[in-house]
Each structure stands twice: as C-alpha cells, then as structure tokens.
Design a protein around this ligand. Structure first.
Ligand SMILES: *Cc1c(COP(=O)(O)O)cnc(C)c1O
Length: 359
C-alpha cells in the first residue's frame, strides 16, 4: 500500500543538532526533551537515536512508562511530576526523576512509603507563574524536601517565560532571581530551554533542557533554524494527485476564496488539515516542488490543498514538500499564525513516519 504523505525524520540532522547544543553549553549536562511524542517526531525513535544522553525529559508518567516498557534505560525526568501517592510510587518503581513544583507534592513525598529514595527536581517559580513553588517559600520547601527520607538528591530548577524574545529584559530578571535562590546552596541547578541555551549563556547552570532546537527549529520569534546552524529533522511530503486548468475569473475551492486573475494550472496536493497541515494558512503560503516554491491558493481542505503551478511542467505523482528540508517550518507556522512547535506536534495518524540517514 502506498501512503502519499510522509514525514521523514532525519536522524543525522538530529545528532547534528545535539552536537550544536553541546557546543553552546560546554560542560553542562543535557536533558533531551522528548515530551509530546518528541514534538511529533516519534518519542521512541528519538530516544533510541540519542541513546546515552545525560537524561531524557517527558511531560508525564505515562510517557515515561512507555519508554521503560520498551527498555529505554536512560535517566528520565517527569516534568509534571505526580498528583497522588500512587503516581509517586510509579515514579519510584520505574526509576524516574520527578519535578516537584507544588507544596502539595511535598506533602505526598513526606507521607508516601517508597521502597527507595528518588531524585527530586525542585521547581521554583521565578516569574512564569505557571508551575513552580513561589520563590518566597523556596528555602522552606527546600528544607522539607532535603529532610525527607524519600529524597535521594535535589536539583533546583525553574523555567524561562520569555526567552524567545532576546530583547525582553524579563529573562535577565528571572536569571538574577534564580541565581540568588540557588547560590546559598550546594545544589545542581537547571534553568535553560532552547532559547536560554542559544540566547542567554548565563542561564546554562549545570543542566540544560533543549527541546525545539534538537528538532532543528529556532526557538526565537521570527527566526529560523538554519541561521543558528541547526538542521531540520522533520520533512513533511505529499504528492500531486491531479492537475487542472482554471480559467480567468473562476473561483477555487470551498467558499471560492481565491479567484484566478488569469488562466493558469492548479496542482491538487493530497494533504490537508486531516493530516495536520494547518487550515489557517493563507493564499500564497509556499510549497516546494522540484526545489521551486509555488503558492497555495484557496482554502486548505481536509484531504487536499491546491497550488498554482502556472505553466511549469509538473506532473501527477510528483513529490511536494510542505515543510522541512528547503522550506523552513517556522515560515509556514508564521503564515498559520502559530509557532512551529504546534505544527510538528500536530501531524495525524494518516502521515507515515520514516527515519532517514540513520548511520
Ligand atoms: C518543554 C520544556 C523544555 C524545552 O523547551 P524548548 O523551548 O522546546 O527548548 C524545557 N523545560 C521545560 C520545563 C519544558 O516544559
């Protein structure tokens, strides 16, 4: 059976991007963030390709257990931690590191009986105001966690809210606050996501937590991976299934949102929002055929998207690149009024994933 739509995952590019992280952070340890199915790239595929990294991070216990079930033995950090004693027991049983971001979790840590002590990443809120223990009580929280018999080791962490905008002074404020909290203690510390790694060397500390840059995508608003010497890992491809002429003045697609201002030819591509290609893209968003850009015209529908190919000698069956190698996903994301993180996460079951350049 032929699957028209493919996401090619370039393992060589992935490894290249990890080397770029290493070049930026020197001696700091690296936590490879593979939550949300490795940002849509395939959690297991990425974990196996990067086997032997300092640690992996996932959002929740379910993702972590899925990795343990297929014998991933690397250190795994659960970023959301647990909300019950049962979940805490699972963390211990599956040899996971956990984030603790709330005093209620400290209560659970104190009252749950665990077979072995665990590593706790104590998350302090330094300004994001999403998850994290208020910095005003960080010292008492730290004391409670360190005195608990279930604690093997503590790493202090926090998360940056606005590092995607290097000009925003908020990040420096967060870094300064985090430094003041961590300095009195002899603990390892972790603050930087991809934007911190690339834009704020002072945020590196002992452990960095790259996600998006590993996939070759710029974390910065309006940037693209290539300018940071990152290589796109995912290339989304489809193919042409029909080519039709359209006359001057005719309307195309649902709602007739595009009208031919001259006679031209329309290539119908076999991909749409049912595959995860964003419906929000506007007329003019590019696709690549034969290394050349052609504009999308009319609305993206569930299974199909139309492209104005003019008189170019393209034929039915030819490959079309929607994003990735040669066409930055960041550009498509900005056309869709979103961020590349969302696009790569959202491909559906219909798309067939294959790894390339594995050696
Ligand atoms: C997702 C996540 C990261 C990675 O962020 P990127 O912007 O993808 O590099 C790092 N730390 C935490 C706590 C996260 O939730």
């Amino acid at each position: 059976m032929i699957s028209a739509n493919q996401a090619r995952i370039d393992i060589c590019a992935l490894k290249h991007n990890l080397r770029r992280v290493r070049q930026h952070v020197g001696q700091a340890k690296i936590i490879v963030v593979i939550k949300a199915n490795a940002y849509g790239h395939g959690m297991l595929r990425v974990a196996q390709a990067l086997k032997g990294v300092d640690a992996l991070a996932v959002a929740n216990i379910k993702e972590a257990i899925a990795l343990r079930k297929v014998n991933v033995e690397d250190r795994i950090l659960v970023l959301q931690g647990f909300i019950s004693s049962d979940e805490l027991s699972l963390i211990e049983r599956h040899r996971l590191d956990t984030v603790i971001h709330h005093p209620d979790q400290i209560d659970l840590l104190e009252k749950t009986k665990l077979a072995k002590p665990i590593v706790v990443w104590l998350k302090i809120d330094t300004g994001m105001h999403r998850l994290g223990i208020d910095h005003s009580i960080s010292v008492s929280a730290l004391r409670r966690v360190s005195e608990c018999r279930n604690t093997k080791q503590i790493v202090l962490m926090s998360h940056l809210a606005s590092a995607d905008d290097v000009a925003n002074p908020y990040t420096e404020q967060q870094i300064r606050l985090f430094e003041s909290l961590y300095q009195p203690f002899d603990l390892a510390a972790s603050l930087a996501n991809s934007a911190g790694i690339l834009g704020f060397p002072r945020s590196h500390f002992d452990w960095v937590r790259p996600g998006i840059m590993l996939y070759g995508i710029s974390p910065f608003h309006g940037g693209d991976g290539r300018s940071l010497d990152l290589r796109p890992v995912m290339t989304l491809m489809s193919r042409v299934i029909a080519i039709n002429p359209i006359k001057k003045g005719e309307l195309l697609g649902y709602g007739g949102t595009w009208q031919a201002d001259q006679a031209t030819r329309i290539a119908v591509i076999s991909i749409g929002y049912g595959d995860g290609y964003p419906r929000q893209v506007s007329n003019g968003t590019p696709v690549l055929i034969r290394q050349r850009r052609f504009p999308i015209v009319g609305r993206v529908s569930m299974d199909m998207t139309c492209v104005d190919i003019g008189d170019s000698p393209i034929q039915v069956g030819e490959q079309v690149t929607l994003w990735g190698e040669g066409l930055p996903v960041e550009e498509i994301a900005s056309r869709a009024n979103t961020i590349a993180y969302e696009l790569v996460c959202k491909l559906t079951q219909r798309v067939q994933f294959t790894s390339i350049n594995e050696n």
